[in-house]
Write a protein that binds this ligand. Structure first.
Ligand code: GLN
Length: 448
């Protein structure tokens, strides 16, 4: 733990942590040491883990990187935190992220942008940017993030780690600050597949506090990890890899990876996915709708920030929300309220629900004939801080490859493919059927 405290101190300028839990982490380390001496420690004993600052940990501040929740102390722990603690992981602190997990560059955080350790003028990705940089710069062994439309996978891709998003409903969302509840899923950022497997088997599984969690039994992912695996049918989403917008070095790296899969005996084919242009609009209509509903609870009365000058209740709501939320969050609340409004509900929200169903069916059909789907994670490697932040549409469009798995609810992983000429991490994305996490982990394990 002392090592990681020193690392964090040395890399403070990266702005990965919103807070380091010096006291509780130190206390935990001592308790776990004692357990280790008695041979009674859990299976994550001594693993030092950072959590994204939208995951509740009893007695600790949780802010979702928003002024709205600045200083808010969580009265209870999320299921994921309870499960980490039960297996003796050490929780070292809470990690910076985009405000309420809305963003793809960690530039919407009230606590400032996170810097990419590969090039400090570039973004870490988002929204789990602090989680990705913490693993990249060795500020902790692994980190939890949340992934609504790519927030674990894209920052992992920008920072060269493994970003794993399980099936929707594999891991409990209890105690995770909601953004878009039918998409939100906790995921892991690690530097090894073994750690991803180990964490998943601890975190996954039924929870009486979240009825959307699957009752499916949780395999022992880590002990099932194999580097020798049967030949798989791997299908590349043709339009994603042939897109003009795709960075050429990313494309080359993915093509090389495909050669490696072929050499290992897998069958690699190209398949067409013709709903590509609907992914981003469908995702943003549905997630902003859900966000506008989820964020209505921040009224200046129940939680966090409150304007103290207001003369009436309505004024209190208005001023607290106007001052507590940042620009991107407000944009999404307004968009969401609009698509849910009486006059536009059918035209936008309901239509998007139907398109989501269509997308999901199309993906499931592809996964009947193929075991794994491949695409890039993002159109480019990490971009410069400030480069895209003024243009929300450019930012939203960059989510095109990650929102597919989120709309369909399937598991997906971002795998590192080395660095480009400029030293920036490159990566690709693998996706598979619902609850087939083991196949993704095994293919990743055999590949890396
Ligand atoms: N960039 C996407 C968005 O802003 C994804 C965010 C996320 O997965 N939390 O919605």
């Amino acid at each position: 733990i002392t090592y990681y405290f020193q690392q964090i101190e040395k890399h403070q300028h990266l702005n990965a942590f919103n807070e380091v839990f010096f006291d509780s982490a130190k206390k935990q380390a001592e308790e776990i040491q004692a357990k280790l001496d008695h041979g009674s420690a859990g299976k994550l004993a001594g693993m030092v883990i950072g959590i994204k600052d939208n995951i509740c940990y009893e007695g600790h501040v949780v802010t979702a990187s928003s002024k709205m929740l600045d200083g808010f102390v969580s009265p209870y722990s999320s299921t994921v935190v309870k499960r980490l603690l039960a297996e003796d992981a050490i929780i070292i602190g809470r990690l910076n992220c985009d405000e309420f997990a809305m963003g793809g560059s960690n530039e919407t955080s009230y606590f400032g942008t996170v810097k990419n350790a590969a090039d400090e003028e570039r973004v870490a990705g988002g929204s789990s940017g602090g989680s990705a940089v913490a693993v990249q710069a060795d500020l902790c062994l692994a980190a939890l993030g949340t992934d609504t439309g790519g927030s674990v996978r894209q920052p992992a891709a920008f920072c060269g780690n493994i970003g794993f998003k399980p099936t929707y409903g594999r891991i409990s969302r209890y105690g995770v600050i909601a953004y878009a509840s039918s998409f939100d899923q906790v995921g892991t950022l690690t530097s090894s597949v073994t750690d991803a497997a180990l964490l998943l088997e601890v975190l996954a599984g039924a929870d009486e506090n979240d009825s959307t969690v699957s009752q499916q039994p949780v395999p022992s992912y880590s002990s099932n990890l194999k580097s020798q695996i049967p030949n798989l049918r791997i299908a590349v989403l043709k339009e994603t890899i042939e897109s003009e917008a795709l960075d050429p070095e990313t494309k080359t790296a993915i093509l090389l990876a495909l050669d490696k899969f072929k050499a290992a005996g897998h069958e690699v084919t190209y398949v067409s996915f013709d709903l590509l242009e609907y992914l981003v609009p469908t995702y943003y209509i549905l997630t902003t709708a859900e966000a506008s509903s989820n964020l209505s609870r921040y009224d200046g009365v129940h939680y966090g920030y409150r304007n103290t000058q207001a003369q009436s209740l309505n004024q209190l709501y208005k001023s607290s929300r106007a001052e507590g939320f940042g620009e991107e969050v407000k944009r999404r609340i307004m968009l969401g309220a609009f698509v849910l409004s009486a006059g536009y509900y059918d035209a936008y929200y309901q239509k998007a629900q139907k398109v989501r169903r269509l997308i999901r069916e199309r993906v499931e059909a592809l996964l009947k004939d193929n075991d794994v789907l491949i695409s890039p994670v993002a159109p480019t490697p990490a971009f410069k801080i400030g480069e895209n932040v003024q243009d929300p549409l450019v930012m939203y469009m960059a989510d095109i490859y990650t929102v597919l798995a989120s709309l369909a609810g399937i598991p997906a992983v971002a795998l590192p493919l080395g660095n480009n000429q400029a030293g920036l991490p490159l990566s690709m994305q693998l996706m598979t059927k619902h609850f087939n996490e083991q196949a993704l982990l095994n293919l990743s394990y055999s590949f890396l």
